[in-house]
Write a protein that binds this ligand. Structure first.
Ligand SMILES: CC(C)(COP(=O)(O)OP(=O)(O)OC[C@H]1O[C@@H](n2cnc3c(N)ncnc32)[C@H](O)[C@@H]1OP(=O)(O)O)[C@@H](O)C(=O)NCCC(=O)NCCS
Length: 163
C-alpha cells in the first residue's frame, strides 16, 4: 500500500509534532525547535499549507508552507519537512515537496525560499543566490526557487522561525 498526501486536520497535530521531533532527533543541523516552529506557525496564522503523508492511517511525513519575503517580493517558505526515520528513502519526502511546490506555484507568489542543505534541495531546483541576504546564522543555508525573476534583498521569515 502506498502513502497518500492530504492536508492536515486538527486531530493530526500531536502526531505531526511527534514526527517532526523524531525526524530531526540527533541531526547535527537541527535546532531542536522544529516542532515548536511548526506549532508557532499554526498558532500565529502563518501556515499557508500543511500537508501530511499518511500510510495505513498513520502519519509518516509532513511539510509546511509559510509566508516569507525577499526584499519586497512575496515568497513562500517551505519547511519544516520531515519523514519518520523508518520511512525515509522511499520517496515520501520528494512526494511531499512535489505537492507543496505545486501548490506554491498556484498561489502566484514570486518564489520559494528555505534554509536547508543544498545537497538535498538542489534536486527540486533550489539554489543559492548571491543577491539574497540574511542577517542571522542561517545566511549560508538560504536557498531559493524563484518563479518570477531574480530575487534580491534580505529574507524575512515568519516570526515563528525565531531567527
Ligand atoms: C530530508 C527528508 C525529508 C527526505 O525524506 P525522504 O522521504 O527520505 O526522501 P526521498 O525518499 O524522497 O529521497 C531520499 C533521497 O534524499 C537524499 N537525502 C536525504 N537527506 C539528505 C541530505 N541531508 N542531503 C542530501 N541528500 C539527502 C537521500 O540520499 C535519497 O537520495 P536518492 O534519491 O539519490 O537515493 C528526510 O530524510 C528527513 O525527514 N530528514 C530529517 C529531517 C530533515 O533533514 N528535513 C529537511 C530539512 S528541513
Amino acid at each position: 500500500m502506498k502513502w497518500k498526501i492530504r492536508q492536515e486536520a486538527d486531530a493530526d497535530i500531536d502526531a505531526i509534532t511527534d514526527i517532526v521531533n523524531r525526524a530531526f532527533a540527533g541531526k547535527a543541523y537541527a535546532g531542536g525547535d522544529e516542532a515548536d516552529i511548526l506549532n508557532g506557525l499554526r498558532d500565529g496564522g502563518g501556515l499557508v499549507l500543511s500537508l501530511v503523508a499518511v500510510l495505513k492511517g498513520n502519519i509518516i511525513g509532513q511539510v509546511a508552507l509559510s509566508p516569507a519575503k525577499i526584499g519586497t517580493q512575496r515568497y513562500l517558505c517551505v519547511g519544516p519537512l520531515s519523514v519518520t526515520p523508518q520511512h525515509q528513502g522511499q520517496g515520501v519526502g520528494s512526494a511531499l515537496m512535489g505537492h507543496a511546490l505545486g501548490v506554491a506555484q498556484s498561489l502566484h507568489r514570486d518564489g520559494i525560499v528555505l534554509a536547508g542543505d543544498a545537497n538535498y534541495y538542489a534536486r527540486f531546483g533550489f539554489e543559492k543566490a548571491a543577491s539574497v541576504t540574511h542577517p542571522g546564522k542561517l545566511a549560508d543555508h538560504i536557498l531559493v526557487l524563484p518563479f518570477t525573476g531574480a530575487p534580491a534583498g534580505g529574507v524575512t521569515f515568519h516570526p515563528a522561525f525565531n531567527e
